[in-house]
Design a protein around this ligand. Structure first.
Ligand SMILES: [Cu+2]
Length: 485
């Protein structure tokens, strides 16, 4: 932990012209990253309002290609993705490729890395995919993620040793009652305190609390239920398996305002990856996923096997069922969900990057502090005292040069946890001075500091922000900018 520095400043901060997303330097790095014979995956996406069956009623919401989740994109490490998105929404949009160390001008941050894609128009993203893992994509704009615009992006590494029989993607989400923009407007109008629906009386309402999150678990209480792969727990997705099969679960938290405690009752999870990067395998009864985080874990099919995610502080759950042929059982089991709710999840400090993906040992060239603050009287959430303004994104930007080892200290000065995400890079958590997990999103607990290191090997301008959609949209976002050496 670094002390004695002004928030956001570092005595070793470099200066020089900033490298924007349209810089030739960004294109040059992509040329080096992209092999001449790289396979190109052609993807067609359409964002539009569609009817979706959540297994508890059909609703009309915004989706990719009519599905919730949207369509899986699956490629190999080193491939190129060429994805054309047709925007048939009544609003601007863009796509952020969460977890991919891609070229900066394809990162999908309107106002910083591209112009928004207007209704009725299309845009083609094209980028090389340098790293394998369990990733996903979604808009980085307003509350659109909360409406259901998200989908998995799996990058396989053909050289990886596979110690499992099949893999299954499990995406957890929280499903709001009502309109996300009205919910955000209600939060801004009423400030803090869970007054999420205009006109609703929250006088006696207890806000969600979580022991493993050290306090407040959420800001919005008006959730209809939790979803796994787009379904409520009463009508879950059932994956047909064979008894005894080892299943690699690729678990993604796509929720806006909910952390999930995920477990498989009756057995341990053998965690192999955090945010797509290998860790030294570790076993636990459950894992905790903040918004935007992913975990890969191997389990064994033993009769009807439930993958359960309980929304922290909500007493609501969702599940995917692994079902051997011929096995039967109740679709719902509240006792099983309660067992997961009471289980002890692995902590961030339990994970250590595998040797193969560990950063070279090196002391930081530049250190930046990011003090997380809020909420203000109009529900502003801040980094270093600044609520991010899309009209002037570089206000408070933090600089470094290509090739530098950068250290970030996320200092949480609030009473709530924040799942902080960094675009375009996978950092390495610093655990009491020792190497921790490689991740791109990590929970910063209230009144705690999370220290992470990364190598500045992907020039451009990248946001780091809270992946609680309501916090990110209310200002908890900042730009990290490369400057020319
Ligand atoms: Cu936050």
């Amino acid at each position: 932990m670094v002390t004695g520095l002004l928030p956001g400043c570092s005595k070793d901060t470099p200066s020089g012209p900033r490298i924007g997303s349209n810089s030739q330097i960004v294109a040059d790095y992509e040329s080096k990253r992209r092999a001449a014979n790289a396979a190109v995956a052609e993807v067609k996406l359409r964002a539009a309002a569609t009817d979706v069956d959540l297994g508890g009623g059909v609703i009309n919401t915004w989706t990719y290609n009519g599905g919730l989740p949207g369509p899986l994109i699956r490629v190999k490490k080193g491939d190129v993705i060429r994805a054309t998105i047709q925007n048939d929404l009544p609003a601007d949009t863009a796509i952020h490729w969460h977890g991919i160390g891609l070229r900066n001008d394809m990162d999908g941050v309107p106002g910083l890395t591209q112009d928004p894609i207007k209704p009725g128009s299309s845009f083609t993203y094209e980028f090389a995919v340098p790293d394998s893992g369990t990733h996903w994509f979604h808009p980085h704009l307003g509350t659109q993620l909360e409406r259901g615009l998200y989908a998995p992006l799996i990058v396989d590494d053909p050289t990886e040793k596979a110690d499992y029989d099949i893999d299954t993607i499990v995406i957890f989400d929280d499903w709001l009652k009502g309109d996300p923009d009205a919910t955000l407007a209600g939060l801004k109008k009423n400030g803090m305190g869970g007054m999420d629906m205009p006109g609703m009386d929250h006088g006696s309402m207890v806000m969600p609390q979580s022991d493993v999150l050290d306090g407040d678990a959420a800001d919005v209480t008006s959730y209809q239920g939790m979803l796994a792969n787009g379904r409520f727990p009463t009508a879950p997705v059932v994956v047909t398996c064979r008894e005894g099969q080892r299943v690699r679960l690729r678990i993604i938290n796509a929720a806006a305002d909910t952390a999930f405690r995920v477990g498989v009752p009756g057995q341990k999870l053998n965690v192999t990856h955090t945010d797509g990067f290998a860790v030294q395998p570790v076993e636990g009864d459950a894992v905790l996923l903040g918004q935007g985080e992913r975990i890969d874990a191997v389990v064994t099919v033993r009769g009807l096997t439930r993958v359960i995610g309980v929304g922290e502080g909500r007493s609501l759950y969702a599940q995917v069922i692994l079902l051997p042929e011929g096995a039967q059982g109740p679709q719902e089991d509240l006792a099983m969900a309660q067992a997961v709710e009471k289980s002890t999840p692995l902590r961030l400090s339990d994970f250590v990057a595998a040797e193969s993906v560990r950063l070279a040992s090196k002391s930081p060239d530049v250190t930046h502090d990011l003090v997380l603050g809020g909420p203000g009287s109009n529900y502003e959430w801040t980094i270093n005292g600044i609520a991010f303004d899309h009209a002037k994104p570089l206000e408070g930007a933090l600089d470094f040069k290509p090739g530098q080892r950068v250290r970030l200290n996320y200092k949480n000065d609030t009473t709530m946890f924040h799942p902080m995400h960094l675009h375009g890079h996978t950092f390495q958590v610093v655990n009491n001075g020792k190497p921790g997990a490689r991740k791109d999103t990590a929970i910063v607990l209230p009144k705690q500091t999370l220290t992470v290191d990364f190598d500045a090997n992907n020039p451009g301008q990248w946001v780091t922000h809270c992946h609680n959609v309501y916090h990110g949209e209310s200002g908890m976002m900042s730009v990290l900018s490369y400057v020319e050496s």
